[in-house]
Design a protein around this ligand. Structure first.
Ligand SMILES: *Cc1c(COP(=O)(O)O)cnc(C)c1O
Length: 468
């Protein structure tokens, strides 16, 4: 498989190069030339297969060379060995036709581990093979940073720099990033919002001298390898509920649109998905875009689900690319308009295409708290506030279509957000012991102004790739 940029002005690349590049040099996102097809027989054959094996079967066709396909099985095995649940992504039923897919059994208690642990293995192997060193720079609204740090800490060929919005992540999220002791990990508290951090990251990627000096590699949710790793659990959960013989809907707590895009990829590959339901919190750009056709970021409102406090959903670009019939010029126009006037209109035909597969539901703060309380009361099950937005959206869908099962993706363990849980049900959830113990150590981070030059200087001075 080979990959092209949505903006059409960067070279086509192989999987390994897309893995290291993250964002394309033209500012676009890499997307496969075509989606591999999984036959109904091959979907049925996933029943009872261990998660690591299912991942290797489903991801294999996205790789470019055969040696990488052989290495993949070992990479998935190691990546998922650190998970605390043998099923890796188990499911729990909480109401008629409503299932919670638990994606929080990895080392940082959030779903990002499922992709990031595998990405770490893959990147390490490519760098070894090429005898290169790389610098990972990531922007995080909380969970990506911790997941990247867990995936790359101590790796000899990689230095990790994570930018997070100062004062806007939860205590647990921050400590997961700042209590790590390995020298190759650097945490930067940026004086700004997540979108500021993401903007700096995008500019660093467009800064060619910087990119080359430090061997810049991206692991944000725009990295194609992450999207493709997230596709796997749509299949494994679908098969557990009767796919390919039964259609299933998925409700996904959404920020950067990476996770729900993975569901769309699974559908393109042949999984019988009925609806993809985008759940947002008060930061509802996607719900507004689907309702009105206008993609228009507004200021970020802090909520109790901080990993969804995003106004630019970067991966939406990949969906828009397909929905416009892969029209590079339309994409360039839309994103130029976003840069210049702060918005763009989704072409009407593309909007229809998107609406044919996606629903969107914005869930406010009070509704989120009420959903945590309701699920606790009715099912004895504690939802984290991100998951609660998805479960709420799933219930709305079930009112319209009670016959189709809905899988609500649970993106974080409730122990990451104890204040929100206490507000809803009056007691605080406990973190698994191994994780609680690790967060006790001293914290290490650097506060930097919201300024690209300051950030790039900080990284250049410390990245080992720049010292050679
Ligand atoms: C990252 C994250 C999300 C949003 O996922 P996207 O792929 O960015 O849409 C939702 N919930 C939690 C807990 C997260 O960490």
């Amino acid at each position: 498989m080979r990959y092209l940029s949505t903006r059409g002005e960067a070279a086509q690349l192989a999987f390994d190069d897309v893995l290291l590049a993250g964002l394309a040099t033209d500012g676009g996102l890499y997307t496969p030339l075509a989606y591999p097809h999984v036959s109904p027989g091959d979907i049925a054959a996933l029943a009872g297969v261990p998660y690591a094996e299912a991942a290797a079967r489903l991801i294999g066709p996205f790789l470019t060379d055969e040696a990488a396909q052989t290495a993949l099985r070992a990479q998935t095995e190691v990546a998922y060995a650190s998970f605390r649940h043998r099923a890796i992504a188990p499911m729990t039923q909480i109401a008629d036709n409503l299932f919670v897919l638990e994606l929080f059994h990895g080392p940082t208690l959030a779903f990002k581990d499922l992709a990031m642990q595998l990405l770490g293995r893959m990147m390490n192997d490519v760098l070894e093979k090429r005898n290169l060193r790389a610098t990972i720079v990531g922007a995080t609204s909380g969970d990506t940073g911790a997941a990247a740090i867990e995936a790359f800490r101590g790796l000899p060929r990689v230095d990790v720099f994570i930018l997070y919005p100062h004062g806007r992540v939860s205590d647990v999220q921050r400590k997961q990033m700042t209590t790590v002791t390995e020298d190759n990990v650097h945490t930067i508290a940026l004086q700004g919002t997540f979108d500021d951090a993401q903007n700096i990251l995008k500019r660093l990627f467009r800064n060619r001298p910087f990119r080359e000096r430090v061997g810049l590699a991206g692991v944000n949710s725009i990295n194609w390898a992450r999207v493709v790793a997230q596709m796997v659990y749509y299949f494994t959960s679908g098969v557990a509920l009767g796919a390919p013989h039964r259609r299933i809907s998925y409700a996904v707590p959404t920020g950067n649109f990476g996770d729900v895009l993975a569901g769309y990829i699974a559908k393109r590959m042949g999984l019988p998905v009925e609806r993809l339901i985008v759940a947002t919190n008060a930061n509802d750009i996607l719900a507004r875009a689907l309702a009105t056709g206008r993609y228009e970021p507004r200021g970020v409102t802090p909520t109790q689900s901080p990993s969804m406090d995003i106004q630019v959903s970067s991966n939406f670009e990949r969906l828009l690319f397909d929905a416009t019939g892969r029209d590079h010029a339309a994409l360039r126009g839309a994103f130029a308009s976003l840069d210049q006037s702060g918005a763009f209109d989704i072409p009407p035909a593309a909007l229809e295409t998107i609406r044919a597969e996606f629903d969107a539901q914005s869930v406010g703060e009070a509704q989120t708290t009420a959903e945590i309380a309701r699920t606790w009361r009715e099912a004895g099950y504690v939802l984290d506030p991100h998951t609660a937005t998805g479960v709420r959206a799933a219930r709305v869908r079930l009112e319209a279509d009670p016959a189709t099962p809905v899988v609500a993706l649970s993106t974080a363990h409730p122990a990451k957000f104890p204040d929100a849980i206490e507000r809803a049900i009056g007691c605080r959830p406990r973190a698994p012991d191994a994780i609680a113990a690790r967060l006790e150590g001293p914290e290490r981070f650097t506060i930097l102004e919201n300024d690209e030059a300051r950030v790039s200087a900080f990284i250049s001075e410390r990245a080992r790739a720049a010292q050679a």
